[in-house]
Design a protein around this ligand. Structure first.
Ligand code: TRP
Ligand code: ZN
Length: 864
């Protein structure tokens, strides 16, 4: 099966510095929906003698004129997606005028209309949809931007500082902006719209006052205080933890409804998906609050890690994204619960990243080959990238890591650099050799560690034999440098000091070869070993700990993360056991006892207890099998949940009723809601009058976290209350599309034979819109990721639904189509019937006449 066209891949090894520099660009936008005129005046310098052609990128542009040093210029050629200008002098002023049509741009890349507002998205290669340019991150220019628009667009915004604004004829007005910091084109931004504004200020550590402004659609002001508070916390945290102060005098955030990702770090003018900004207690969940804080932080932290120091080329994306995710994770952990943040991050790794790394799109955190860059904003580049930074942090320690960061900025401020440059700064500043460690940047796949434990009673010696296996699909991977953290517990649950032959041993072991043994002595009984404490490396560990040992770890490990990790392992083993020998499938009573203990004692962080009560997700369990046993996994997890619900009914009820949620956003109240929500999740499985009353009253409360907990509990339990409660929610919230996304997601979770027909019917709901990525993901994304039983129906109707959607999205928004395709990528891991059905959908896409590069790359890889 071959597609009709074959887009070209780009290779890291082919990198060449740009032959021309663009030092300065002066842009003027005359904004109109169908013919916006863009005038670009560039200062061009030839860098490499003898190069005759300046090759500029440009897509979907109408060229009006080219002028060189004020003279009309005709020595050029237009190619597909390129403008080639011949025989330019060593230095010149190049003026290009072109037109674009923001109104018909549904790709949400370049300049487009979101609702009634003009906005831009330029990362990675969207600037070329605005004007002809050297659209690559190693071309750094200063930008002056003039925006002209109808006066109804009250706010005209771009990067940096506003120089002047004023009225023009014909009901139009203008504003002129200047960004003093040189930047690559992907950080350019422009917004024109009519907004409400929340203003505030932040005083930096050196005493400068920064103006802060948050622009939202009219009427949304009451939903802005949380994002503003998050921004101020981010600014303060970056000063305290990383000694990094904001540089411009103004920081703006604009929230738009049509956006492909979460948010974008454009210099001084972040553009956000409105769902990552807007929140109040009635409309947003505690999880939404947390996400908003973390994304506001992420984009703010990019100002130094991404903007002041940027990427030489897009293969280096993890230079800014891995590092900035690490920074936002640390921000969330310093401000909230470190253990829960770690649990969240590791879940992302074990579910999404491990499966990407084992599938046809597997790539190193620094990819070597790319067809469509938008396909590489992945969990590998972002989240595994952050794990790689975290491992360096573990190896160096906070102090030396910060010295490395300081050296990185000292060497590279204002430059476009590589991942090698980052590691060199870390290594040079700390004196720690990271040569072998750097393999993490070039090797794909998840390393597998086989750990064997041995205890010699006579000598009191305990040994860990660690074998490092290359991932199955990457057989020539060389051994990695793996920081392997451990804890040894004695029978009383006390932590044993690590020592060997009179010397203390650090709890982070350096695993560097294919096979290695680590010895510890002075042990009078066999210890219980906590392995890969805090997930100190992104690896899979195969180990021999028994259920008794795992229960011991769950009770006593010093790391709350590792306690949760042991719980996950217990459930995974139980599920695997039940599938291997499906006799009576009873959950080990010791596990039930442990869960009862947690519920009754309610000791420590209640949000952690909620996590400890949660079964591993379908994706986590699926990762344990070569061929995913879909039906058995669904059946066994249902049985286990029902057993837990039945055996702990009174404990869940007692816990729910004893905890009082004061409705605030304090950590305590958030934790209480999390635990109560988990109680409801189990209780909804039991159909009884008193429990139904509880569910209905919670669904009618005024806190979105509680409302959703009740609704999601009834939907997932197939409780007969679901239909009526969902209808009620629809009539209550139709005016608020972000809230309706939660409703679409709940609809997508429903079971039953009409599940798929129901989703198709919702395509006609007044709030649904195929052009809005939030709506599409809420409805179809939730369905394909979380409604396992229906998406993976044996008759293929679930796959057909997604296939139909992808055909449609391919033409509207290829970037969103490509992200929605992900569940199809692991088609080879399903049984015969299912894999054939998914493959047919992939083949159908491959034959599309207008197949986008985005889909081509993934479909082609999947079918290889
Ligand atoms: N740089 C953004 C971030 O991670 C990611 C991003 C936002 C993006 N919008 C995009 C990437 C569009 C590709 C395309 O913070
Ligand atoms: Zn980012």
């Amino acid at each position: 099966m071959t597609a009709l066209k074959k887009p070209q891949a780009q290779y890291l090894k082919d990198y060449q510095a740009p032959p021309f520099l663009i030092d300065h660009i002066d842009l003027t936008f005359d904004l109109l929906p169908l013919n916006t005129r863009v005038t670009s005046v560039m200062t061009i310098t030839k860098k490499i003698a003898g190069v005759a052609d300046l090759v500029l990128d440009g897509i979907d542009l109408t060229l009006i004129s080219i002028t060189v040093d004020n003279n009309a210029y005709t020595d050029y050629d237009q190619r597909d997606e390129q403008l080639v200008i011949h025989n330019l002098p060593e230095q010149c002023q190049l003026t290009i005028v072109n037109e674009i049509a923001p109104k018909t741009n549904t790709s949400l890349e370049g300049l487009y209309l979101s609702g009634g507002a003009y906005c831009t998205q330029c990362e990675a290669q969207g600037f070329r949809k605005i004007t002809y340019y050297l659209d690559r991150p190693d071309v750094l220019a200063s930008f002056d931007v003039t925006i002209i628009a109808d006066e109804q667009f009250t706010h005209l915004l771009s990067n940096g500082n506003k120089l002047v604004e004023g009225k023009l004829d014909n009901g139009r007005h203008f504003a002129k902006w200047q960004d003093p910091f040189k930047k690559p084109s992907y950080l350019f931004a422009l917004v024109a719209g009519d907004f409400d504004v929340l203003e505030d200020t932040f005083i930096t550590q050196s005493g400068r006052t920064i103006d802060l402004a948050l622009f939202v659609d009219k009427g949304n002001l009451p939903k802005t205080p949380h994002a503003m508070a998050s921004l101020k916390k981010s600014m303060q945290w970056d000063e305290q933890r990383f000694n990094l102060e904001y540089d411009l005098d103004i920081y703006m955030i604009v929230a738009v409804d049509f956006f492909n990702m979460g948010a974008m770090e454009n210099k001084g003018l972040n553009i956000f998906n409105s769902k990552c900004v807007l929140a109040n207690q009635q409309t947003a969940t505690d999880k939404d609050y947390h996400t908003i804080e973390s994304i506001v932080g992420h984009e703010y932290f990019h100002n130094w890690t991404g903007n002041r120091v940027t990427c030489r080329d897009w293969f280096q994306l993890s230079l800014k994204e891995g590092l900035t995710v690490f920074r936002d994770q640390e921000f969330s952990s310093d401000l909230g619960s470190r253990a829960l943040n770690r649990i969240d991050a590791v879940k992302v790794m074990r579910t999404h990243q491990f499966s990407e790394d084992a599938g046809p799109m597997a790539h190193p955190i620094r990819p070597e080959q790319v067809i469509e860059m938008n396909n590489f904003y992945t969990v590998t580049v972002y989240d595994k990238g952050a794990e790689v930074i975290r491992m360096m942090h573990t190896l160096l320690g906070e102090e030396k890591f910060q010295q490395g960061m300081a050296m990185y900025f000292q060497r590279h401020d204002g430059q476009a650099v590589t991942c090698d440059d980052f590691v060199a700064a870390m290594s040079d500043a700390s004196g720690i050799d990271l040569a072998q460690f750097k393999r993490w940047y070039s090797q794909a796949g998840t390393p597998r560690l086989i750990v064997k434990q041995e205890y010699d009673k006579l000598s009191g010696t305990f040994s860990l034999h660690i074998e490092q296996l290359a991932p199955l699909n990457q057989p020539d991977n060389a051994p990695l440098h793996i920081p392997f953290a451990i804890e040894l517990l004695d029978q009383q649950g006390e932590s044993v000091p690590l020592q060997f032959e009179g010397q203390p041993v650090d709890h982070v072991l350096n695993v560097t070869t294919a096979q290695q043994t680590f010895n510890f002595d002075g042990l009078t009984t066999k210890p219980v070993a906590v392995l890969l404490e805090d997930f100190s490396a992104p690896c899979i560990v195969e180990q021999q700990n028994t259920a008794t040992e795992l229960l011991h770890i769950m009770r006593f490990a010093r790391s709350d993360f590792s306690r949760w990790d042991a719980q996950q392992q217990l459930f995974i083993e139980a599920v695997k056991g039940a599938i291997a020998t499906p006799v009576n499938n009873q959950l080990d009573p010791a596990i039930i006892t442990a869960l009862r203990g947690l519920l009754v004692a309610q000791e420590g962080d209640l949000a952690l207890i909620a996590e400890l009560l949660k079964l591993p997700s379908f994706d986590t369990l699926a990762a344990e099998f070569n061929v995913i046993p879909v039906d058995q996994l669904v059946a066994v997890t249902n049985q286990f949940e029902l057993q837990i619900a039945q055996q702990l009914r009174s404990e869940f009820l007692g816990c729910y009723q004893s905890l009082i949620d004061d409705g605030s956003v304090s950590a305590t109240a958030v934790a209480i809601r999390a635990l109560k929500g988990m109680c409801l999740h189990y209780l909804a499985k039991i159909n009884a009058l008193d429990i139904n009353q509880l569910l209905v009253s919670t669904a009618n409360s005024h806190n979105m976290t509680n409302v959703l907990a009740a609704l999601s509990a009834v939907v997932k339990a197939d409780n007969p209350l679901a239909k009526e409660l969902l209808n009620q929610f629809d009539s209550q919230w139709r005016h608020d599309v972000l809230v309706m996304d939660k409703w679409f997601a709940l609809q997508a979770m429903q079971g039953g034979d009409d599940a798929i027909a129901n989703i198709k019917k919702l395509y006609d709901h007044p709030c649904f819109n195929f052009s809005n990525p939030n709506r599409v993901r809420a409805l179809v994304g939730s369905f394909s990721h979380f409604n396992t039983a229906q998406f993976h129906r044996e008759d293929g109707a679930g796959y057909q639904l997604l296939g139909d959607l992808l055909v449609k999205l391919n033409a509207i928004n290829p970037q969103n189509a490509s992200r929605m395709l992900t569940p199809f990528m692991s088609w080879r891991r399903y049984d015969e019937v299912r894999s054939v059905a998914i493959k047919a959908q992939l083949q159908r896409l491959a034959l599309l006449d207008n197949l986008s590069d985005d889909l081509y790359e993934k479909v082609d890889k999947a079918l290889q």
